[in-house]
Write a protein that binds this ligand. Structure first.
Ligand code: GLN
Length: 191
């Protein structure tokens, strides 16, 4: 299976390492032609304004939208922001998921934190999640399914059909269950 990782800015190398450990062929995507032949794509964390600007510069935004229209895509943190249709401000987005996202939702006081999440789709063990200047999902529509919430109810993981969005960084911890979930359950690529 060929899985692309958008490699314009941010934590793409960590995703590649996890994908390779799971037996996938990880491909760095920087130009439209790099999307050819991919089975799925990951949009990493980083800075969504920078990723969006670079995507415009490299004429990738429309090809990314076209890819997402037919193929599985997972966005982590800034990648979640890139996938959302509504973030309440104007910046370049892929904009396919029916979710409303609030950027930097935790403010300066709580820039980064780690917590254990209950994610029934991954099994009974909690998922240790790393949040870095993270967004949260404030609304879901059109059948987007909430996969995980913080204790206060804030939505931090959503699936809508072949699209997955997580506010945290599963590529920064050794637990590969979210990558497995994306490849097997969301993308239908592994057994
Ligand atoms: N705060 C960043 C943004 O708005 C996202 C942070 C991250 O990806 N770790 O794009």
């Amino acid at each position: 299976m060929n899985v692309g990782v958008l490699a314009l800015q941010g934590a793409f190398i960590e995703h590649e390492k996890t994908l390779r450990a799971l037996g996938a062929h990880a491909v760095e995507v920087r130009l439209p032609e790099h999307l050819d032949g991919l089975d799925a794509l990951i949009i990493p964390g980083g800075e969504s304004t920078t990723i969006g600007k670079l995507a415009v510069t490299f004429r990738l935004l429309e090809p990314l939208r076209a890819f997402a229209a037919t193929k599985p895509v997972w966005g982590t943190c800034a990648g979640m922001i890139m996938l959302a249709k509504d973030i309440g401000r104007d910046q370049p987005l892929i904009g396919v998921m029916d979710i409303t996202v609030n950027r930097n939702a935790f403010g300066r006081q709580l820039d980064s934190f780690e917590t254990d999440l209950d994610v029934p789709q991954l099994g009974p063990d909690p998922f240790h999640a790393v949040f870095i200047r993270a967004p949260v999902v404030t609304a879901v529509q059109n059948g987007a399914e909430v996969l995980a919430r913080l204790e206060d109810g804030a939505i931090v993981a959503v699936r809508q059909g072949r699209w997955l969005a997580t506010a945290f960084h599963p590529e920064l911890t050794p637990d590969d269950r979210f990558h497995r979930y994306f490849l097997r359950d969301v993308a239908g690529l592994a057994d």
